[in-house]
Design a protein around this ligand. Structure first.
Ligand code: SAH
Length: 354
């Protein structure tokens, strides 16, 4: 079955269900020797890695994440920086601070900067364009990625013209009913998807994605996510476990698991050999070796944090979010060592979709 998924670059809902419900332990499966194929999951991960290695080699790309504002006009039920969270300590970085983050990152070998934030009205199109244009001017060889939510096509076009090349906008779920469970009424799946199509049409390299184990997620909704990804053909797919945040309506919900996330990373890799697949911060948060395990399951991107320390502490999308150690850019050398231990090289390369 795994060979068939790899060959056809396609999965049926039944196959998805089988792979997500097989009773086996991924961490153990990933520790088995290369030639021990007793375990189905071991074989799944081995195949996923083989597919990734054939396209990208034993290389992991790094993106420097700059969380530049946690003000947000939206009220997504899962997110710790939603507008109704009165406990969130709000902050914004000004242009100079953002440029300092880039300078620090560039020195550490980062060639992609990801500007992520809530939907913050303070950052008008004009301000965003000014920031993007400054980074573009100072770092002509770097990729600039934006992740600032839903905007009009005109706005996306302006950012692109100012020098942005990539945009991350997780679709969160491709199922309407599930989307309604995760978001207040003013947000619609139709608009979210339209944004992604607009971004593609403008010429951005686009990333979509979803949380694993978010409240209301089922095999069926995941299957719809995979179908949507096939239709959109994004350059990147960001998936990580849902982790409850104490001040949100989902505070008491269960977190998504390492197990399901690793399986889905591998499945997405088999279906999309070329896609850029990050081992996310959330994955690193639920397990101490989450990121390495993600790479061994077929991921090929890491996104360490370049934000100043006090900003990192306030960008609390979920509880216990990593914000020091390897997640800090200062941990670059450490991260490099950890990846070397599992046979991968952390490279200074924009890591464009190939
Ligand atoms: N405002 C931007 C950035 C959102 S934060 C946007 O709308 O795209 C980036 C991602 O973090 C979100 O897309 C979501 O998938 C993830 N996220 C938010 N809350 C989370 C939580 N509680 N657990 C895990 N991931 C979460």
């Amino acid at each position: 079955m795994i060979d068939e998924i790899r060959e056809k670059r396609n999965i049926t809902q039944e196959q998805l269900e089988t792979l997500l419900t097989i009773e086996d332990d991924s961490v153990l499966a990933l520790q088995l020797a290369e030639n021990d194929s007793q375990s189905a999951l071991h074989y799944l991960y081995q195949q996923a890695r083989e597919v990734a290695d054939a396209v990208y080699g034993k290389r992991v790309f790094k993106r420097g994440l700059i969380e530049f504002t946690n003000y947000c006009k939206n009220d997504c039920y899962y997110c710790g920086i939603r507008r109704s969270n009165k406990c969130a300590k709000r902050y914004r970085l000004d242009k100079e601070t953002i440029l300092d983050c880039c300078a620090k990152g560039h020195e550490l070998g980062f060639r992609t900067f990801v500007l992520q934030g809530g939907e913050d009205g303070h950052f008008t199109d004009e301000r965003i364009c000014e920031i993007v244009a400054s980074i573009r001017e100072q770092y002509p060889d770097c990729a600039i990625t934006l992740s600032i939510g839903e905007k009009s096509k005109e706005s996306y076009q302006k950012y692109f013209d100012a020098g942005a090349n990539r945009y991350l906008l997780r679709h969160e779920t491709a199922n309407d009913t599930h989307y309604r469970k995760l978001h207040p009424e003013e947000l619609t799946l139709t608009n979210r998807k339209q944004c992604l199509w607009d971004l593609k049409e403008i010429g951005y390299q686009v990333g979509c994605g979803f949380m694993v184990g978010s409240p209301g997620q089922t095999i069926e909704t995941i299957y719809e996510d995979l179908e949507f990804i096939k239709e959109l053909k994004p350059h990147m797919v960001g998936i990580g476990p849902f982790i409850p945040q104490n001040e949100t309506p989902f505070a008491k919900e269960h977190a998504g698991t390492l197990e399901q996330t690793l399986r889905l990373l591998a499945i997405i890799r088999l279906i999309h050999p070329h896609v850029l697949l990050p081992a996310t911060t959330a994955l690193g948060t639920i397990h101490e070796n989450g990121r390495e395990l993600g790479i061994l399951a077929g991921a090929n991107v890491v996104m360490p944090n370049l934000s100043p320390k006090d900003a990192r502490e306030k960008y609390t999308l979920y509880d216990n979010k990593l914000h020091s150690g390897d997640e800090a850019a200062e941990g670059d050398a450490n991260l490099r060592k950890r990846l070397e231990k599992i046979g991968y090289e952390l490279v200074t390369d924009r890591g464009d979709f190939s």
